[in-house]
Write a protein that binds this ligand. Sequence first.
Ligand SMILES: Cc1cc2nc3c(=O)[nH]c(=O)nc-3n(C[C@H](O)[C@H](O)[C@H](O)COP(=O)(O)OP(=O)(O)OC[C@H]3O[C@@H](n4cnc5c(N)ncnc54)[C@H](O)[C@@H]3O)c2cc1C
Length: 497
Amino acid sequence: MSNTPQFQIVAEPFDIIVIGGGINGGGIACEAASRGLKVGLYEAKDFAMATSSASSKLIHGGLRYLEHLEFRLVKEALSEREILLKKAAHIVKPMRFRLPYRDTMRPKWLIRTGLFLYDHLARRGTLQASQQIAVRSTDGLAAELKTAFEYSDCWVDDSRLVISNIKHAHQQGAEVRNYCEVRSIRRGESYWCVTLYDQRLQCEVVRYARAVVNATGPWAAQFLDKCSEESSQHQMQLVKGSHLIVKQLYPGDHAYILQNEDKRVIFVIPYLDKYSMIGTTDIPYTGDPYKAQASKQEIDYLLSICNQNFAAQLEPDDVLDSFSGVRPLFGQQNLPAQKQSRDYELVMQTKRTLPVLSVYGGKLTTYRRLSQKAVEMFEEYFSNMLPSESETSTFAEATGFNPRALQRQLYKQYPYLDKLCLDRLISLYGVATWQVLHSLDDSQLPVVSDLYQCEIDYLQQHEWAHNWDDILQRRTKLCYQLSALEREALTQRPAGL
Ligand SMILES: Cc1cc2nc3c(=O)[nH]c(=O)nc-3n(C[C@H](O)[C@H](O)[C@H](O)COP(=O)(O)OP(=O)(O)OC[C@H]3O[C@@H](n4cnc5c(N)ncnc54)[C@H](O)[C@@H]3O)c2cc1C
């Protein structure tokens, strides 16, 4: 028996309890709740705290996966790109990618074939086709680079994609809680008994459900082995990937995909208007995924590839910030990380009609289809599920989203607000910007920078933000905008937020 006070909350059992509030847990909770199921979603820390806020933030087919003949994954990812461009229009943006050509790397015919497949493997709506272009002297690339290939993919605010899914799940009736770690799942006579520790209430809570989804990402195998009577059917290979933030490296709003001699590619992506984000690496990892950090070797590796391709030369001191995430890969243990599949697998383990489904692997890009397939696997247990609408439905923030029109209306309605502040809000909240600002009047001053109390209130009341990290790192990216002094001023504010 644990010494922790235990509250036996008497509540109606859930149909499904989802464990883990990353993109896959958030997506599955959203899909299940939209199909009429009674859902509980519990996240040990903050939503998107782990891998789902440390990605390269691309909604992409994955051009380089074609080399590993992962046609199924690339086709699915390219189709999802089209769906997400509409579904989450407020946070998913088209982006052009340039691949500078070097004759010592992949041959031109191989690149052209790859790009042809990339353009045609799935239906492409508004995204432009690929083309070969001449490098201009103003592009900022190394002088010997004369030619590049250009193709389309999309950028996404990863942690906000998670939040949009979780908000949608909540709007459909799901109970969603962050800072609640699930400590054990046990099969009872008719229900799963799920014990969680609520960090904010500082007590254990017991919940019941007819089915459980283990969407704990890098912890998926460990969770089953340690917290349930099941054992994991896959062992995961954990691979750390790091990104560096530097001052904007070149003009323009396109990204670069750079080839390296080790056959890996890295991206340089415009970030938050004034930065470039450089990543990623693939380093086998055995530590705690929450504590992953960029090592000196990773920093040197990423900078050296940049320095081979750009005229401006970067030093480690130019790195303003870095972040690292851990990819949960499954497959052959002896393959190097870059050759491991980025595909996913859903494994259902059933006894006495009480199923537990585990999610292994996956990409941000394919989360919606993964979630749809995961919930379909429960159809035999819940015969009255509604049809899935996730392919055609849009998030509330993206419904009727027309950025130009919204910008015009907001500039008019809030003439006393800085236009850059309104643009920032539109890029985070889409049409929900109206809701964020509804209690603002022209007498209010910002708390710091362009952060007003109404935005803080909105994030607390509608997006489960409980501390400054939740707000500055994941709900907004204000951590990059505030000075050290402003951040310090915030943490000194009484009563938490
Ligand atoms: C460096 C890097 C770059 C990437 N770039 C891209 C990209 O550009 N595009 C793309 O499509 N994909 C990308 N990916 C892949 C993508 O980010 C991941 O596939 C995805 O985020 C995994 O989501 P998840 O929900 O499975 O895991 P996570 O986001 O890690 O979520 C799992 C959650 O479970 C919680 N949890 C763990 N144990 C418990 C417990 N006992 N109780 C409650 N909660 C628990 C954790 O706190 C965590 O929040 C990238 C991955 C990495 C590492």
